[in-house]
Design a protein around this ligand. Structure first.
Ligand code: BG6
Length: 526
């Protein structure tokens, strides 16, 4: 968790008011909370995790709930209910999650207390009778008092529909609010996503639906709005007159790692580009919202997405990794060697897509989304490259400015600029103005994306969640090309595990007004 430090400083578990009250208050003050957010405080809450025995629950959801509990960020008397098909006790569930919880010896008592608030119900997802058991269990935990309920669907999309129907029919709180958290994939294309949206809309109000894109919970993604709209010098250059191109990158140095079955069905475009990278793009490119209210922000995100024409195959490079015979361990294993992947699968594990934004601010500025697995490094960043300085007086030695927002690892914002080489020489060289969090904010706590997002659900803030119209626009942009890839059976270009990806991608970035000099290394880089 990067620069994670001990805690939010002075939060004390015995305090009468929880730290959550403070957060809610600041949300209300800045008008960032949605309707009903103020219902949080003195009512009990139950948090139900569907798919409690699964990977996401054990690696992300339960650890996140523990960290929030440990830091006194949850409302008092929150109770937790796990639900899944496997027969299990709470002790067994705890055992499964334990290695991901990071419990310090000094926290042991609190940790015991945390688990004492849990129950587990084994049941099928399509059985009315099992949901009746869940309903009774929830009522028992709440001791008949008024209660707010959160339902987290850590489930494959194939069972979303039946589970949500059962929640609606049997499990909603009648006295408090109800909120449902769902995880991507939100469909496979425009039609399936619309079907899911319509289904959810027939059961719940949009204010009750929290579609998680965990990139929206990352520190630097949340910082994009501040960087853009609280800095006059940046704001005035944020346009086609000054910016040559924007490159948004996601790289992972490992392959499918046993997730081949899931991944092969979706591929990198649906797994990362259509959601995480497009969300970042919309925050980089949108106009200034009227306020920080979640709906004002999401209105602007939708507006900019509407200016983007659908991608075509000509705008893309697709790749698939092959094993590196000279590598070690996993590096030798290509995508097609994964036994959970279909034989001869042509699912891309790498993609570059060049998007155009047809509006006054961005016409002719290519926005490139680039993502891949089994590459040479782990990195997610936004690179805003400025145009060449007109009227050069430095004999062509000048290089373009770049504003780099490094999402991970090692959160940072740095501005690549030219400066006179120090000393007697009058030469010029590349350097940077550097805001590296690890140096500048030594003692700050950067919560995990899931911590922020789950807390937002308690607070009733939908600012960092995906609204249905955003999703509709995202699928409008990507569905035609996804269908075309499938229809034509496009073969991705092979690239070696641990490399930079297909060379054709570098060529395409160059053709789209992105200059790579290869002469500069950022020193903050981990
Ligand atoms: C998930 C994708 O949404 O994001 C994974 O399904 C990917 O394939 C992951 O590995 C990356 O998340 P993070 O937070 O580790 O960058």
């Amino acid at each position: 968790m990067g620069t994670k430090q001990k805690n939010n400083g002075n939060i004390n578990h015995d305090e009468e008011e929880t730290a959550l009250s403070y957060i809610i208050k600041s949300l209300e003050d800045s008008s960032m909370a949605c309707e009903g957010a103020h219902f949080y405080s003195h009512m009990p809450h139950t948090f139900t995790v569907f798919g409690a025995s699964g990977d996401l629950a054990k690696k992300k959801i339960y650890p996140t709930l523990w960290w929030l509990y440990r830091d006194n960020l949850l409302p008092k008397s929150t109770k937790f209910c796990g639900y899944a098909r496997s027969k299990m006790t709470v002790a067994e569930l705890r055992e499964k999650c334990h290695q991901y919880m990071n419990v310090k010896p000094s926290e042991q008592q609190l940790y015991e207390e945390f688990w004492s608030h849990h129950v587990y119900v084994a049941g099928n997802y399509d059985q009315h009778a099992d949901f009746l058991t869940l309903k009774e269990q929830l009522a028992k935990m709440e001791c008949g008092s008024n209660c707010n309920r959160i339902f987290y669907l850590a489930l494959p999309p194939s069972i979303f529909e039946q589970v949500t129907v059962n929640i609606k029919q049997l499990c909603l709180s009648e006295s408090g609010w109800n909120r449902v958290i769902i995880e991507k994939p939100f469909g496979r294309d425009d039609v399936s996503s619309k079907k899911l949206c319509d289904h959810l809309a027939s059961l719940f109000h949009e204010e009750q639906i929290y579609r998680i894109d965990h990139y929206l919970g990352k520190e630097m993604v949340q910082n994009l709005m501040t960087i853009r709209f609280a800095n006059r010098f940046l704001n005035s250059t944020w346009n086609r007159e000054n910016i040559a191109s924007v490159l948004i990158t996601f790289k992972e140095p490992f392959g499918t790692q046993g997730r081949g079955g899931y991944f092969d069905e979706f591929g990198i475009i649906r797994d990362v580009m259509q959601n995480h990278l497009l969300q970042i793009l919309s925050l980089v490119a949108m106009e200034k919202p009227n306020s920080c209210h979640p709906d004002d922000i999401r209105d602007e995100k939708v507006k900019v997405l509407k200016s983007i024409p659908a991608l075509t195959l000509d705008d893309m490079v697709l790749g698939q990794y092959v094993g590196n015979p000279n590598g070690e361990g996993d590096e030798r294993v290509g995508y097609l060697d994964d036994p959970t992947v279909k034989e001869n699968s042509n699912t891309p594990t790498y993609a570059l897509g060049v998007l155009r934004i047809n509006n006054e601010r961005w016409e002719d500025v290519p926005f490139m989304l680039r993502c891949g697995k089994a590459l040479n490094e782990r990195k997610a960043e936004v690179r805003v490259q400025y145009r060449d300085v007109p009227g050069d007086i430095f004999q062509g030695k000048n290089k373009r400015n770049e504003l780099v927002i490094r999402v991970q690892p090692g959160e940072a914002v740095y501005f690549k600029m030219m400066s006179k080489r120090p000393g007697i020489s009058f030469d010029i060289e590349e350097t940077e103005l550097d805001l590296t969090y690890e140096h500048r904010y030594k003692d700050s706590y950067l919560p995990d994306a899931y911590e922020r997002l789950i807390l937002d659900v308690f607070c009733g803030s939908q600012m960092h969640f995906v609204r249905s119209d955003e999703l509709r626009e995202a699928w409008r942009i990507f569905t035609p090309v996804l269908h075309e890839i499938e229809k034509q059976g496009v073969q991705p270009i092979p690239y070696v595990y641990g490399s930079r990806g297909p060379k054709e991608a570098d060529k395409m970035t160059k053709e789209n007004n992105f200059k790579y000099y290869g002469s500069y290394k950022w020193h903050g880089k981990k």
